[in-house]
Write a protein that binds this ligand. Structure first.
Ligand code: PEP
Length: 241
């Protein structure tokens, strides 16, 4: 059985109060892997608090004339273990292409960061019946034979601060996860974790995480509420036993 991985994407928000306390839910748990993606400003505090963490984006080159950027290698040297790649905010707001996302995944692997690579269709693509083609195109340049994690994040389900945004139903999410798993190389199918992201919260976490091909969550809004986040981890923990 794949171990659940619950990842917090704090996006452009400061760390929640108490996040660095030794008893905070962002700390690692025995039966569930917990990872935090804070802003660069909070990365060092996360690492010093022994929270497994990584950048929300990192430049593929180690250093150089890239004003405003921070490299994946610099994050690794700071003590990061993970890297988020290809979040829809980055693809949408910064025009990151699937090829550029794949280059980030490769650069992360090269400096021994574990990549969590995001992919998912927009509402327009879903309505046009293009979901499968979009997912295939996003997966095509990825080094799927490597040790990486995929986060299926339908863009239309991402809350962007609106708690009423509907998540994918557990059944629909499961169908997509099964499809994504079927696209993995045979020897990676069983071990690759596929997380669901998009309005995962206390109310739907158990049903989503209970699906056979859903191995965890990438959580935005609810990850900024330590109490909620703790209960989502608890739900994953119960399902693990
Ligand atoms: C995200 O942006 O990765 C995300 C899943 O956000 P939320 O949980 O708020 O929908």
């Amino acid at each position: 059985m794949r171990k659940y991985l619950i990842a917090a994407n704090w996006k452009m928000n400061s760390a929640p109060e108490g996040a660095f306390d030794p008893e905070s839910p962002y700390q690692t748990h025995a039966d569930v892997d917990v990872v935090v993606f804070p802003t660069y400003l909070d990365l060092r505090d996360c690492i010093e608090a022994k929270i497994l963490s990584g950048p929300q984006y990192g430049h593929v080159e180690e250093h150089g004339a890239h004003t405003g950027d921070v490299s994946l290698k610099m994050c690794k040297d700071l003590g990061c273990l993970y890297a988020l790649c290809g979040h829809s905010d980055r693809r949408g707001e910064h025009g990151e292409t699937s090829e550029q996302v794949a280059a980030q995944v490769i650069a992360a692997l090269e400096c021994e960061l574990h990549p969590i690579v995001c992919l998912g269709e927009t509402l327009k693509e879903k309505k046009a019946g293009k979901t499968e083609d979009v997912i295939k195109a996003m997966m095509a340049p990825l080094p799927l034979e490597s040790d990486l994690t995929i986060a299926y994040e339908p863009v239309w389900a991402i809350s962007r601060g609106d708690p009423n945004t509907p998540a994918a139903t557990p059944e629909d999410a499961q169908q997509m996860h099964a499809l994504i798993r079927s696209m993995l190389p045979d020897d990676r199918k069983e071990q690759t974790r596929i997380l669901y992201g998009g309005s995962m919260k206390l109310e739907n976490a158990e049903a989503l995480l209970g699906q056979i091909d859903i191995d965890g969550g990438l959580i935005g809004g609810a990850s900024l509420k330590p109490d909620q986040f703790a209960l989502i981890i608890e739900a994953a923990s119960k399902l693990s036993t």
